[in-house]
Design a protein around this ligand. Structure first.
Ligand SMILES: [Zn+2]
Length: 333
C-alpha cells in the first residue's frame, strides 16, 4: 500500500483528512515528502520543501486544487528541505508557523550566519579529523548555503512543546520529541487515525544523518538519537508512519530495530579498526563505502565523529591529540 508516490504538484490521499505530496530537491536525495492535514475548513501544511522555483510552482498547483485555505504551517525541524519554503508560505497565505522552540531559534541563527566571527574552531574541527591544510581551507570557506534555499523566516512563531498535543480538526496529535538528528525534532502521532508523521526521525531504506558538527564538536547526538528512538519502537505495529523521504513505513518497531542495528554495526566496525591508532579521515572508509563529494563529506565527517564520540562516552575508545592537532582514536584493551 502507498508504494506509488504522488506526482510533483499533486496530492495523494492517505485518508480523507491526510494528504501526501512531494517536493523536488536539487540533491542526490531528489525529493521530500510533505503532508497536508485537514484543519477545520482548510488544511495545515506539515513541512515545506526547499525555497526553489520548482517547489513554489508545486505548492501553488497543490493549493489551487484544495477545497479550503491553508490554515497554518507546521515544521518538524529546521533542516533546509523542511523549513526552506516556510517563510514563503506563511507570508503568502498570512498564516502562522508552528515549530519547537529550539528548532525555530536554530533556524534563525543559521540564517543570520556567523556575523564576521572568526572560524578558527571550525578549522580546528577539520584539522583534528586529519584533513590537510588545503582541505581545511576548502571545507571552511563560507558558502552561505542555508540562506540560498531558505526563504526569510517569519519573525514570530507558535511553539510546539514535546509531550503536549496539537488539535487539528478536533483530532489530537501527540508531539514526539526526537533528538540527535536535529536539536528538537517534532514528530506527530495521532492514535485515532493510527498515523505518525515522522519527519526525518525514522526513515525507510536510508537512515537520518546523526552528526557531531563543528558548532558542537564534543556532542554525543547518537546517544540521544538512540534514546528518543525508543518512543517509536513503542508505537503500535499497526501505525502507519509517513516519513519525510521515500515511502510510508508499515511496521515501525521493525524499522526502528533495523536502524539501531545499523548504528551498532558501525560502532563495532570502528572499534575493530581502532585496534591501532586511527584518525577520523582514516575511519571514513569504514563507515562509507562510496567516494564522498564535498557536500557528502560535510555530513560524513559529522556522522563519523558522532559514532566516535558515542564510543568515547561509553569508555570504549581513547582519543589522543598528536603534535599536529590531529585526534588519534584507539580501542581500549
Ligand atoms: Zn533533517
Amino acid at each position: 500500500m502507498y508504494s506509488t508516490p504522488p506526482a510533483i504538484g499533486h496530492a495523494q490521499q492517505i485518508t480523507k483528512d491526510v494528504l501526501w505530496c512531494r517536493m523536488p530537491l536539487p540533491l542526490a536525495l531528489d525529493h521530500i515528502n510533505v503532508y497536508l492535514v485537514r484543519d477545520g475548513n482548510g488544511w495545515a501544511i506539515i513541512d515545506c520543501g526547499m525555497a526553489t522555483r520548482e517547489t513554489i510552482t508545486a505548492w501553488t498547483s497543490i493549493i489551487e486544487q484544495l477545497d479550503g485555505p491553508i490554515t497554518r504551517v507546521i515544521v518538524t525541524h529546521m533542516h533546509p528541505d523542511h523549513i526552506g519554503c516556510a517563510g514563503y508560505l506563511t507570508e503568502t497565505y498570512r498564516v502562522d508557523l508552528y515549530m519547537s522552540q529550539t528548532e525555530y531559534y536554530a533556524a534563525r541563527a543559521l540564517y543570520a550566519g556567523s556575523q564576521g566571527a572568526d572560524n578558527w574552531q571550525e578549522r580546528r574541527y577539520y584539522r583534528a579529523a586529519g584533513f590537510t591544510s588545503e582541505q581545511v581551507t576548502q571545507f571552511t570557506q563560507s558558502k552561505g548555503g542555508f540562506g540560498k534555499v531558505v526563504s526569510p523566516l517569519p519573525v514570530s512563531f507558535i511553539r510546539l512543546v514535546p509531550g503536549e498535543t496539537l488539535a487539528l480538526n478536533n483530532c489530537l496529535w501527540q508531539l514526539i520529541l526526537g533528538l540527535g538528528h536535529s536539536p528538537e525534532h517534532i514528530s506527530l502521532f495521532n492514535p485515532e487515525l493510527d498515523i505518525c508523521i515522522g519527519g526525518d526521525q525514522v526513515l525507510p531504506k536510508i537512515t537520518p544523518n546523526i552528526g557531531a558538527y563543528s558548532t558542537q564538536p564534543q556532542s554525543n547526538p547518537l546517544y540521544y538519537y538512540l534514546q528518543t528512538l525508543q518512543q517509536f519502537a513503542q508505537l503500535p505495529q499497526s501505525t502507519l508512519l509517513l516519513p519525510s523521504h521515500k515511502n510510508p513505513i508499515h511496521d515501525i518497531p521493525k524499522r526502528v530495530s533495523e536502524i539501531i542495528h545499523h548504528h551498532h554495526i558501525h560502532l563495532d566496525n570502528l572499534m575493530l579498526a581502532c585496534i591501532t591508532p586511527q584518525t577520523l579521515v582514516d575511519l571514513l572508509p569504514v563507515m562509507f563505502k562510496q567516494a564522498l563529494g564535498e557536500h557528502q563529506m560535510f555530513f560524513a565527517v559529522a556522522e563519523c565523529l558522532a559514532h566516535l564520540n558515542y564510543l568515547l562516552a561509553q569508555d570504549k575508545l581513547t582519543c589522543e591529540v598528536d603534535a599536529n592537532g590531529v585526534n588519534q582514536y584507539q580501542t581500549k584493551p
